[in-house]
Structure formats: structure tokens, C-alpha cells
Design a protein around this ligand. Structure first.
Ligand SMILES: C[S@@+](CC[C@H](N)C(=O)[O-])C[C@H]1O[C@@H](n2cnc3c(N)ncnc32)[C@H](O)[C@@H]1O
Length: 246
């Protein structure tokens, strides 16, 4: 089974596919002072929950892009359920290849999906041309909470940096940090264990599947890494970045 397929199995109990809570997503929209004139693009949108919540609460319009069939289907279902299909479009495809109209979005976002471009810096560079003048980037990114990180765990996540690294890269790429919202330890536990719930649910319903052992091994490795290292060393935050003040 391909790893992308395992992600499908992880997600039945989640609509936000990261350690933030729905209240934090709403708060973020409030801080951004979103309204119905705002047009957003979300790369690696998953179930499109950020766009759906912000469209419902603040009236934004926009586009979500995701490479997985399941994410695209679920995002469209959520938008349909909320009566927002005419306000938010979901496109299936590789975010890196998506041909957006330059300078046409008020904010561009990528939450927990910077691997689309291969890291935080490349993500800022990949999204910047989508922004209207003065537009903001909204990036959810893991970071090292403390260092040195044990080599075994570092090797699993070679691209991450600490928060000073994130700040430095943001400034080097022409952005000031305007606001940040961090996930809590409880948020992380909820996110990780919902992944395991999803996998266990699939195992319950697929007793004879040929890839069963692969899924069990994947889940146990994920649990081992999280309990031994992740809880201690890895944070997650969403950073709101604005064009650098001059
Ligand atoms: C950790 S999830 C985050 C989803 C969503 N941003 C959220 O926070 O709820 C990462 C998402 O990136 C998507 N993804 C992975 N590679 C991608 C690519 N090359 N282009 C677009 N989306 C991609 C995955 O399918 C997945 O839905």
C-alpha cells in the first residue's frame, strides 16, 4: 500500500488534519479580519476545513488544492453540507503544479503541507506570486521545541527547524511575523491519536486485507516515534506572515 493511501485510512475521524482546534481556526480568521471580499487559496487543503470555517463565519471565497482523491471528495462533501460549494472551489492536483492567476489572492495558505515544495522556505517562495500586493501568507509548520534532537528522530524529519529558524527564513524571504497560534500538547495528542483511531477502525473492518501487517507496522512505528520523541521535541504553529515593514 502506498503511504498516501495510509493517510486516507488515518483520517475518517478528522476534518482538521493537524493539531489545531476548531476554536483556534476561528480565532485565526478573526485575527486576519477576514470578510466576504477576501479571496484565499489553500495548498494541501485536506478536507478544506479552514476554508469552510472561514467562509461560513466570515464569508471568504477561494480555492483549495489537494492531491488525494479522498481529501478532494471529503472537502467537496463538507462544502456541500455547509452550503458553501458556490463560494469555495476544490481542485484535485499537485499544489506545486497548480497554475494560479498571479497576484489574485488576498491570502495564500499552506497548513501542515510544506512538503509540497520541500520545506518552509520553498513554500513561502512557491506561494508569494499568488498574493495581491500587501497579501499575507498563512503557514502551519512543525518546529523543533528543543534541541539537540536525537539523531533517530532528526533523520525521520530532516527538513524542520526551530522557531528562530522559521523567523529568520520568513524575514529573509521578505516577510514579518504578524501573529502566531501554537497547537497545545492536548491538540497534538488529539491529532495523533485520531490517526490511530482511524487505522484501528480500518484494521477492525479489514481482517484479511493483504496489507494489514504493513498498516499495523506503520501505526506502531508512528506511535513509537510520537511517544518517545514527538511529544517532547516537535511543536506545530500557524504563522501569519505579512510583507516586511520598511
Ligand atoms: C497534514 S494534511 C493537512 C491538510 C489541511 N491543510 C489541514 O490542515 O487540515 C496534508 C495534506 O497535503 C496533501 N498533499 C500532499 N502532497 C500534496 C501535493 N503535492 N499537492 C497538494 N496537496 C498535497 C495531502 O493529501 C494532505 O491532505
Amino acid at each position: 500500500m502506498e503511504e498516501m493511501k495510509i493517510y486516507d485510512l488515518c483520517e475518517p475521524f478528522m476534518e482538521i488534519i493537524n493539531p489545531l482546534t476548531i476554536d483556534q481556526v476561528i480565532k485565526l480568521g478573526e485575527v486576519l479580519a477576514l470578510d466576504e471580499d477576501d479571496r484565499l487559496i489553500d495548498f494541501g487543503c485536506g478536507c478544506g476545513k479552514f476554508l469552510a470555517v472561514w467562509s461560513k463565519a466570515y464569508g471568504v471565497t477561494g480555492t483549495g488544492v489537494d492531491v488525494r482523491d479522498q481529501s478532494v471528495r471529503r472537502a467537496r462533501e463538507i462544502l456541500e453540507r455547509e452550503g458553501l460549494s458556490d463560494r469555495i472551489e476544490i481542485v484535485k492536483g499537485d499544489g506545486k503544479e497548480f497554475e494560479f492567476e498571479p497576484n489574485s489572492y488576498d491570502h495564500a495558505m499552506c497548513i501542515g503541507a510544506s512538503f509540497i515544495w520541500g520545506g518552509f522556505r520553498n513554500t513561502l517562495q512557491g506561494m508569494i506570486d499568488a498574493l495581491k500586493p500587501g497579501g499575507k501568507l498563512i503557514v502551519g509548520e512543525p518546529y523543533w521545541r528543543k534541541e539537540p534532537v536525537p539523531e533517530e528522530y532528526l533523520n525521520e524529519n530532516p527538513g524542520f527547524t526551530n522557531e528562530m529558524g522559521i523567523l529568520r527564513i520568513a524575514r529573509e524571504e521578505g516577510f514579518d511575523l504578524e501573529y502566531m497560534i501554537r497547537s497545545s500538547e492536548q491538540g497534538w495528542d488529539n491529532y495523533e491519536s485520531n490517526n490511530w483511531r482511524g487505522l484501528n477502525h480500518w484494521l477492525d473492518h479489514n481482517p484479511d486485507h493483504p496489507d494489514r501487517q504493513q498498516v499495523i507496522d506503520w501505526m506502531r512505528k508512528n506511535q513509537d516515534l510520537y511517544l518517545e520523541y514527538g511529544r517532547e521535541y516537535l511543536g506545530f504553529a500557524v504563522y501569519v506572515l505579512r510583507p516586511i515593514n520598511k
